[in-house]
Design a protein around this ligand. Structure first.
Ligand code: CP
Ligand code: NVA
Length: 330
């Protein structure tokens, strides 16, 4: 039976079957081919989407905007300063109004319950563009990038080095378990994913043949690793006072040349971005002045090196988000 996700929201990959995830990856690859060949695909012309951002963004916002326009749709961008949501109007009322005007809603913000409520009250597909708990659209781009490199995903070992209970790490554990991969959460014991999520993923892994590993030993994380993945050490919404503590906890998990040398020789490096790999950002420079660190979660030599694929990954955000919008709205 063919996969059909028309009308569905995209809130967490826990709700999606392996076949549905593979279908979205195939569709994204097809959109990538069409775009490269210059073939127009305004297949959703006449539809309208709204993008709600309560946190900042470069890739996700641009991917939704370009993807929607390539599909022929109209796009409205709303940030907290320019809408009534939360301040003068409840979430439920906002969702009901947006559902009357738009065919689909993207939301980036804090609590996962907000994106779930938007879906509940709006009556149209809602896409999670990142919450404190999950970042599911990022996962499709990541998996497409790994697939482009290695072909088959099944059995590949992906290790996340760092804050292994952040939104990106949580979602990586979910997608790897769904796709029969070997996921390794590598970080300090206090920054490991929540038990409930590990249990859910382990149950999925039993069905798919995936392996879920957790370690606080960077060498163990790097062993047999095909994909070394990291993310910033302090996520949006976390207080800046935590920097000192995080640096102390996470420096042993920095992805640097020595760590990459312990992975498979043909391993690739991925990062959802943005990244603190040099001093070319305000925060990067502040951290250097305060702690003497020229890079945080990844060193510049790895970031600029031959194994790095983070810009392919960033491009793939657009093709995969386009696939999600198309499949749920067509
Ligand atoms: N990776 C990612 O979500 O990037 P943005 O924060 O720029 O959207
Ligand atoms: N963990 C990061 C991901 C950014 C795309 C954050 O939430 O800020």
């Amino acid at each position: 039976m063919g996969v059909n996700i028309r009308g569905r929201s995209f809130l967490t990959l826990l709700d999606y079957s392996p076949a549905e995830i593979r279908y979205l990856l195939d569709l994204a690859a097809e959109f990538k081919r069409l775009k490269a060949a210059g073939v127009e695909h305004k297949w959703l012309s006449g539809k309208q989407v709204v993008l709600l951002f309560e946190k900042t963004s470069t890739r996700t916002r641009c991917a939704f905007e370009v993807g929607a326009r390539d599909l022929g749709m109209g796009v409205t961008f709303l940030d907290p300063g320019s809408s009534q949501m939360g301040k003068k109007e409840s979430l439920a009322d906002t969702a009901k109004v947006l559902g009357r005007m738009y065919d689909g809603i993207e939301y980036r913000g804090f609590k996962q319950s907000v994106v779930e409520d938007l879906a509940k009250y709006s009556g149209v597909p809602v896409w999670n563009g990142l919450t404190d708990d999950f970042h599911p659209t990022q996962m499709l781009a990541d998996m497409l990038t790994v697939r482009e490199e290695f072909g088959e995903l099944r059995g590949r070992k992906l290790t996340f080095f760092g804050d292994a209970r952040n939104n990106v790490a949580n979602s990586l554990m979910v997608v790897c378990s769904k796709l029969g991969m070997h996921y390794c959460a590598c970080g300090p014991k206090d920054l490991m994913p929540a038990d409930w999520l590990v249990e859910k993923c382990r149950a999925v892994a039993e069905e798919t043949g995936a392996v879920i590993e957790m370690t606080d030993d960077p060498a163990q994380g790097a062993k047999d690793c095909d994909v070394a993945y990291t993310d910033i050490w302090l996520s949006m919404g976390e207080p800046a006072e935590l920097w000192a503590k995080r640096i102390e906890m996470l420096l042993p998990y920095q992805v640097n040349r020595e760590l990459m040398a312990m992975a498979k020789p043909n391993a690739i490096f991925l990062h959802c971005l943005p990244s603190f790999h040099d001093r070319e950002t305000t925060i990067g420079e502040e951290i250097y002045q305060k702690f003497g660190l020229p890079a945080m979660e990844v060193t510049d030599d790895v970031f600029l090196g031959k194994q790095a694929r983070q810009f392919d990954e960033a491009e793939n955000r657009m093709h995969t988000i386009k696939a999600v919008m198309y499949a749920t709205l067509k």
